[in-house]
Design a protein around this ligand. Sequence first.
Ligand SMILES: *Cc1c(COP(=O)(O)O)cnc(C)c1O
Length: 397
Amino acid sequence: MTDFDATRAMFHLPDGVIYLDGNSLGPLPRAAAARVARSITDEWGEMLITGWNKAGWMDQPSRVGDRIGRLIGAPPGTVVMGDTLSVKVYQALASALEMRPGRRVILSDTGNFPSDLYMADGLCRTLGDGYCLRTVAPEEVAGAVDDTVAVTMLTEVDYRTGRLHDMADLTARAHAAGALAIWDLAHSAGAIPVDLTGAGADFAVGCTYKYLNSGPGGPAFIYVAPHHAEGVRPALSGWLGHEAPFAFDADYRPGRGIERMRVGTPPVLQLAALEAALDVWDMAEMADVRARSIELTEGFIAGVEAACPMLTLASPSDPHKRGSQVSFRHPEGYAIMQALIARGVIGDFRAPDILRFGFTPLYIGLDEVRAAMAILAEVMAGNLWDRPEYKTRARVT
Ligand SMILES: *Cc1c(COP(=O)(O)O)cnc(C)c1O
């Protein structure tokens, strides 16, 4: 059984704040500050360039990748860290398309995160030759996989509504049609149990600054199924994905297995923060996290629906059909969220009208969820959001 009091004690949460936005940026794990400071002073400061060998910086992307792998059903040696999620999406797509010559379609859904769609579109423009991105409504994906599709590119948990795709089913459909399946786990890794191996996923990508708490700008990860690992050709063929980077050969030869998905110099300090953040996960069972998350989201939905009839649930009401977030719609969603934040309840807003709340059992409990519901009820009942200062949009919403 996971001791959630113990995991909670491992985070710094500012006084007076109820943090329901760990789905956008996880809070600071207490040990991360000291761990990064140690990397700076003891490693960078004292070892200088020898830190690449002595402090294990060069192995860090795979070492950390293996720890993430344990959370997403990926065996050791199949996950590597680096770059941002957008870059990893591009990398997975480019490799997958090359594995399905003769097919030109990337299939995705209209609910996917725009960056994934933009990256796919940009790649198609670079490739020319009829390559295109096709998007359908999320509930129509299953029926849209035909023999023109080279690869499906889907985000398992919808960033706006929290709606969950059936990874195993859609992967099987992709394979039955001769296509490959890429899964974006941005809102899955650290949020819900994921079994990439069981689902038969070909590629997966995800970020670490959301539910995995690596901090702003933390690196992304990429997974390649073991049976593809020695065959994929990296489009972003950087020197650290080379078989022998320090041979400085004129020709590119892909590195062994997942190592070839590395591109350039890894973000050592951010990876140090992530290593500390992952220590918290060593104390947690994903099944417990999921059970607690369902308890929190069910409680929140019931409470908000009872007290705030003017808010419309945008997430699936069946907890098994959503991730670890809950969204409500309201035309004044932005102002309502600003009023909440002013009162210490931090969630976020997604255009055009979504109020989004993330539930993270590692550091959020039922008492805080109840307190957040009471504040939301007060804001709605008194129209406390209806003030000009809550209606001016900031750069990040
Ligand atoms: C958060 C998120 C991203 C962000 O990509 P970055 O390159 O890390 O900024 C991309 N895709 C999805 C599905 C996301 O949820």
